[in-house]
Each structure stands twice: as C-alpha cells, then as structure tokens.
Design a protein around this ligand. Structure first.
Ligand SMILES: [Fe+2]
Length: 145
C-alpha cells in the first residue's frame, strides 16, 4: 500500500485543530455531568447541552473523516462507523428526551465521557500515529510504503 502525503505539515496543523475540538467536546461533556449532578435537573438545560455536544461531535467527526479520506487511512471505515454510532445514539437519545418518552438518564454524561476516552484511545490515537509526519519517509515524493 502506498500512502501519499501532499504536505505533512498540513496534517500536523489539522492534528492540533482536531485535538482542540476534542478538548472542547470533553469540556462540554463535563458541563453536562455538572448539570446532571444538580437536583432537580433543569431538563431544558440538559437538552441544550446535549444538542451542543452533538453539534461539536459532528463537527469533530467531519474533520476527522475528511482527514482519513485524504490520507487513505486503513482504519477509516471502522473509525467512521464508531463516529456514526455515537451520532445516531445521541440523536435518538435527545429525541426521546425532547418527546419525554424517556426520562433523562443521570449516567448519560458519564457514558459520553467514557465513550470519548475509549474512542480516542482506540481510533483517534491510531489515526494520528498513522499520519504523524515523523513516520513519513523523507524525500521529494513524501510517500510511505
Ligand atoms: Fe474519531
């Protein structure tokens, strides 16, 4: 397999941006956990925070998915599937809270935090290791075999 890197500096810059987006998402999940600790819970505030988490997660995943596509990451299908799993599950969860068909689970914040840590360790870390410029062959073609 040949992987072409048009400019390895671009990937390094994107890694920094993705790490910032990831940190912002983790902080939003922490906000959710704090809101869930309050008694009684403000349901509309929890839903607003969950929607913000979903929005940030979608932006982060779009960014990662684009990088995986242009770098031809070998794990992109499984990685993208894990992104879709969270987006679909969280969307359904928000819908059931809005419709009041399900009570807000006090553990939703903890679950999201654990999911993010697991996803980062299993998929994100491997992807950024894959595109790490220090792993590239140096030379005019900037390719790795
Ligand atoms: Fe990811």
């Amino acid at each position: 397999m040949t992987i072409t890197y048009p400019d390895s500096r671009i990937y390094k810059a994107h890694e920094k941006l993705v790490r910032r987006e990831h940190q912002a998402l983790a902080e939003e999940i922490d906000s959710l956990c704090r809101a869930l600790d309050m008694t009684p819970q403000n349901i509309s505030e929890v839903i607003v925070t969950l929607r913000e988490i979903l929005k940030q997660a979608k932006a982060l995943f779009r960014h990662e998915n684009r990088l995986m596509k242009i770098s031809n990451s070998p794990e992109r299908l499984n990685h993208k599937r894990d992104h879709a799993y969270l987006v679909n599950g969280l969307s359904d969860c928000i819908g059931s809270y809005v419709d009041a068909t399900e009570p807000i689970s006090p553990s939703i914040g903890e679950y999201l935090g654990i999911w993010l840590i697991y996803h980062d360790k299993k998929y994100d870390h491997a992807f950024f290791e894959f595109i790490n410029p220090s792993n590239l062959c140096q030379g005019p073609s900037r390719t790795r075999h």
